[in-house]
Design a protein around this ligand. Sequence first.
Ligand SMILES: [Zn+2]
Length: 635
Amino acid sequence: MRTAGGIALPLAVLILLPGCAHQHATKAAGRKMIVLGLDGLDPGFLEAHWDVLPNMNRLRQTGDFKRLGTTIPPQSPVAWSTVTTGMDPGGHGVFDFVHRDPATRMPVSSMAEITPPKHTLELGPYLVPLSSGSVTSSRAGRTFWQILEDQGIPSSVIRMPANFPPAECEADSLSGMGTPDLMGTSGTFTFFTDDPEEKRTAVPAGKIVHVAVANGRAVLRIEGPPNTFRSDGAAASVEMIAYVDPTEQAARFDLGDQQAVLGKGEWSNWLHAGFKMLPLVKSASGILRIYLQQAHPYLRVYVSPVNIDPAAPELPISTPASFSRQLSDALGPFYTQGIAEETSAYRAGLLNKDEFLVQSHKILSDSLRMFRYELAHFSDGLLFYYFSSTDQNAHMLYGKYDDDLLDVYRAVDGAVGEAMAKAGNDTTLLLLSDHGFARFDRAVHLNAWLMREGFLYLDDPANVGDDELFAHVDWTRTQAYAMGLNGLYLNREGRENGGIVPASEVQQVKQTIIGKLLEFRDPKDGRLVVGKVYDSDTAFRGHNLKMAPDLIVGYHRGYRGSWQTALGAVPGTLIDDNTQGWIADHCMASDEVPGVLMSNRKMKLESPQLYDVTATILAEFGVPKTSAMLGQSVF
Ligand SMILES: [Zn+2]
């Protein structure tokens, strides 16, 4: 994994989904429920701004508003998997954005696994699959909408995170966070320029391609999926031609038979790109957007990640398979990539804050358009609708640009008002967030701390730095290592290749690390860094701990594991000031970043938890929860 945005997944072109019995839908006996998932909506931020959020304020006054207990750790794929299954992470088995392979210690996606086809036939440079590859979700457990379907209760579930590929059922569902772009990554943009001052060729989640502008013309090569039909796996690509106006800040872009003429600071509409895979037989369809940052003195062009085309999806992104096409027919193309806000180009300094906001508002308007369509078509059973904007914008704005963040909250407040009007008196409305927010001022290099405390060793202590994937770690002496945003793993005998901590010493090593972490003080000002350390053996009620970290580190507000830690690097300092555009976060101690639960009805439960939301949904339709589910109805 070279990008902080996520893991590059090889793209399986042929997909096999596990079968499931199709139930014949009956009626929901007139019961109706709308559930809005507002990722990262923060209770404290709401309380500071009730006066300009009229709909949520009214919902609080006429219904209810509570803090919602979140998961350990409070990360979105983990938390939404709990909402989906009603189980804690020990049940559904998702513990972080990033897991590691227990044997090799290398990062793997926590959300989806892709298996290539077993048998292939080589034909010249082409590799023709004779059996199907597959892509499967890593989350265990049944989804609440599958359980509703068993009882004949219809539902629409739009963009539930960590639901790629979507759980098979007859419900209308569209996958969200965890859905790759057409390259199979979690989103890789391309930035084209002839600016000699730009020396980089790659940044996290993006490529910088240096082009030559000759006589006002430049060829921009856009990479698509790795061509699994070729034995060399070379990526398929398309050529876009840029014609730069000789004097004006403008350029024309030709892609196939499409043209976009853009002035400086303008975005194109969606363009289609067809990537040839097998000659004449197989091509992969993607959609992308272009942004002309400037034409002179140097050309600077941002091209979005190539999204899976919802009208002709190359990977399964909806149930039924035709549902994404139906949405695309009704609404036009839309972002299908799991997390589409361009935080990476902003972090890399390629887009400025205003440019980031324009792009993120395009996602929000796509999302609002789809929300209104779903709301208008909702008449029975359950509607779940998820918004990413409250989270992704908060990462870049919370605590520093609160007015800009408030614009996003206001837009979402409007959607809440529409949902309240639709719900009226006969439909239960739930609104929830998976966690809250805090500033992220100090980046903790947890592997560097493990090294200082004598739990981790390098081949040469001078080899500290940003090299990822434990490049210089001496595993013959290392007892513990950190990967992901909260995970800490022991180097266990019989589990990790060459692991050295025997089962008899696991408890003692864990206790020593916990004790020292709780005394870990920031060298800058002596503040305590860690509020809680959770032991996976006791923190969860489920026992699906195959991918679980041994310990989960709950930082105090203001602190978070560094990007380098997430990717297994061992820098030379313990904690650095966070100087990047990603200024706020929530991967901290769970009790320090609670989410929000609101309803148009009073709640009986005093301290609701995420898994209570699942039990509440089932209870509203009179469906008993399964024995694996932990929660109870909040009403
Ligand atoms: Zn987030």
